[in-house]
Design a protein around this ligand. Structure first.
Ligand code: LMR
Length: 338
């Protein structure tokens, strides 16, 4: 029996609608580090949780290692909606016009992770995310990497060893001032270019948590690593605000819960990943590892502290003071507990 043309067209239309309704919403999650880093593993973990819990309504595509975009490009891509989710380092929000994020770059401002997490998860974290809203970005979570260490092809044992060295930094004015205060010559460069720049001698050294150093194989082209813990590197997981706001409300809740759980996982593994990376660097035998003695650490601290004052206006005196207050509170509590 032949069906009337109109009926066929109507049936086809319904079939198409059903197919479209069944098409998952795609979240493209781009990042610049290797999959076997705290950020890389947590991005994959979020994908798993989100897809399982959304029951086929969402597909998360993770693109690691600057495969899609480099540092600056990925921010633009997020704002344009070419990707929906990123987790840039907190040192990369300055060029967006949110210099207050450079609070996290101030040398030695976080004496421990407890202070850091209270700052991120408290009022300061909320206010920082608030600054992104009119840039078309929504902040979802703060992720850890760890404290940064210095590397170069010459030993970095005393401050004077930095003199004249070209040190790669992320795009942060605070990091620029930090390297200058040490006597080095800072060079802003995308993460994806650091390995070859070190290899070819375009820059002499860099700073990063060891998990990044190891997974980018920088230890193969850096003879010396100084464990200095002089600053911190962490991330903000951010989404395109319009995309997020337009998600069905129940799905958004599911994804926010998945993000909360992925954040717990990320913070749990970050230290371990860095410890394992350090053990691997030691095993590789390409790089001499030096633990900065306390006496020298105090010298670095004294030289770098003026950077806090220098950036009071740009970052906000209230933010810096609030971070100091949290640090003092944590110290009091830990003193009481001892
Ligand atoms: C860097 O550029 O050194 C880091 O921000 C890379 C990263 O995302 O951890």
């Amino acid at each position: 029996m032949k069906l009337p043309v109109m009926l066929c067209a109507a049936m086809l239309g319904v079939a198409l609608q059903v197919a479209q309704a069944a098409d998952p919403i795609v979240i493209r999650f781009s990042h610049v580090v290797a999959p076997n880093t705290p950020k890389g593993k947590a991005a994959d973990y979020f994908k798993r949780l989100a897809e399982e819990r959304a029951g086929g309504r969402v597909r998360v595509e993770v693109y690691p290692n600057s495969q899609l975009y480099k540092d600056r490009e990925e921010m633009e891509a997020l704002q344009l909606g070419a990707v929906q989710m990123l987790a840039p380092s907190l040192s990369k929000f300055g060029p967006l016009g949110a210099r207050q994020f450079e609070l996290f770059d101030l040398p030695y401002i976080f004496p421990n992770k407890e202070t850091l997490h209270r700052v991120m998860d408290g009022d300061i974290g909320k206010r920082l995310f608030g600054l992104l809203e009119d840039k078309g970005i929504r902040g979802l979570a703060f992720w850890d990497n760890g404290f940064k260490q210095m590397s170069a092809n010459r030993p970095l044992r005393r401050m004077e060893d930095f003199k004249g060295l070209k040190m790669r930094i992320q795009s942060s004015k605070v990091l620029e001032a930090q390297m200058k205060a040490l006597g080095a010559n800072p060079q802003v460069m995308a993460f994806s270019e650091v390995y070859s720049a070190l290899q070819q001698g375009v820059v002499d050294g860099t700073e990063n948590p060891v998990s990044n150093l190891y997974t980018q194989k920088m230890h193969e082209v850096q003879k010396h690593l100084t464990l200095s813990d002089h600053g911190y590197l962490g991330y903000a997981v951010i989404v395109n605000r319009k995309f997020w706001d337009e998600l069905p409300a129940d799905l958004r809740v599911t994804l926010e819960e998945a993000m909360r759980d992925a954040t717990g996982y990320e913070r749990d593994i970050a230290q371990k990943e860095n410890d394992e990376a350090l053990a691997a660097v030691r095993r590789a035998g390409t790089t001499e590892v030096w633990i900065l003695p306390n006496e020298e650490r105090r010298k670095w601290w004294r030289a770098l502290l003026p950077v806090h004052k220098e950036f009071e206006e740009k970052i906000g005196r209230d933010f810096i003071q609030a971070a100091y207050a949290v640090a003092a509170q944590v110290e009091r509590e830990q003193g009481v507990r001892k």
